[in-house]
Write a protein that binds this ligand. Structure first.
Ligand code: ADP
Length: 236
């Protein structure tokens, strides 16, 4: 059984089918990258997986259970963690407090939550900033904080949405190094990134979409060489 499965998912906004009959699985321990030109439906797929809004039709299963009817605030409890393209930390709280809030999902003990948060802050290279207010951080560090907060909820599936967007090449490399460390810890990840090279280097499989539908799914090299993928990108 796959850890995650989307079956024939459809999302319409008025007349627009943002996601149109998409089916895919994610296996435990793999990184699935989702690529597609602007407006192809990537963010909508993320929002559907995290139950931000309801499916028009189709089903989403996680660990063998149907989850598309679950309220968005319960998705985290089930073991799905996500970051947002537009980062949303609790601005007046410090870095450590932000991550501790995430860790509280899995424990009632302040000491345990704080200990866990310290470990994750360290893992994400944020130790020296742990007492800074989240709002004072530059974008690259806010993005790392976003990852740290998601990790603190101890997800079994982590969804990363455009972590490198808005970062310069050096900051992107640092973010990718953190994502690779998360991958090496055995985490299952669904990732959306605009930079093709990043997606090729990090994903085990890639799902390429356009107009909300699958173009192809497979190993990065196969997908990169697919004529329709090349056409979709050249036409972007
Ligand atoms: P991507 O993340 O690949 O850029 P999106 O999922 O943001 O694509 O958008 C896919 C399509 O759905 C676009 O045509 C977009 O305009 C439309 N769309 C996305 N969100 C909404 C919304 N909340 N209301 C109406 N249309 C939307």
């Amino acid at each position: 059984m796959s850890l995650f499965e989307a079956k024939n998912i459809v999302k319409r906004f008025g007349g627009v089918a943002a996601v149109n009959d998409l089916s895919f699985t994610v296996e435990k321990g793999e990184i699935l990258g989702i690529i597609g030109p602007n407006g192809s439906g990537k963010t909508t797929v993320f929002n559907l997986i995290s139950c931000f809004f309801p499916l028009t039709s189709g089903e989403i299963h996680f660990k063998g259970k149907r989850i598309d009817q679950v309220p968005a605030h319960d998705i985290c409890n089930l073991g799905i963690g996500r970051t947002f393209q537009v980062v949303k930390p609790l601005k007046r709280m410090t870095v450590l407090e932000n991550v501790t809030v995430g860790a509280f999902l899995r424990t009632n003990s302040m000491a345990k939550a704080k200990h866990k948060a310290e470990e994750i802050v360290d893992f994400c290279g944020l130790s020296q900033f742990k007492d800074y207010e989240a709002k004072s951080l530059p974008l690259a560090l806010r993005k790392r904080l976003e990852i740290a907060r998601a990790l603190a909820t101890e997800p079994e599936l982590l969804m990363l949405d455009e972590t490198c967007a808005g970062l310069n090449p050096r900051e992107s490399e640092e973010a990718i190094a953190i994502i690779k460390r998360i991958r090496d810890s055995g985490m299952t990840i669904i990732i959306v990134e605009h930079i093709m090279k990043v997606m090729m280097g990090i994903s085990d499989r890639i799902l390429a979409i356009n107009f909300g539908s699958q173009i192809t799914i497979g190993k990065p090299q196969e997908v990169a060489g697919h004529p329709e993928v090349i056409k979709a990108y050249l036409g972007d």
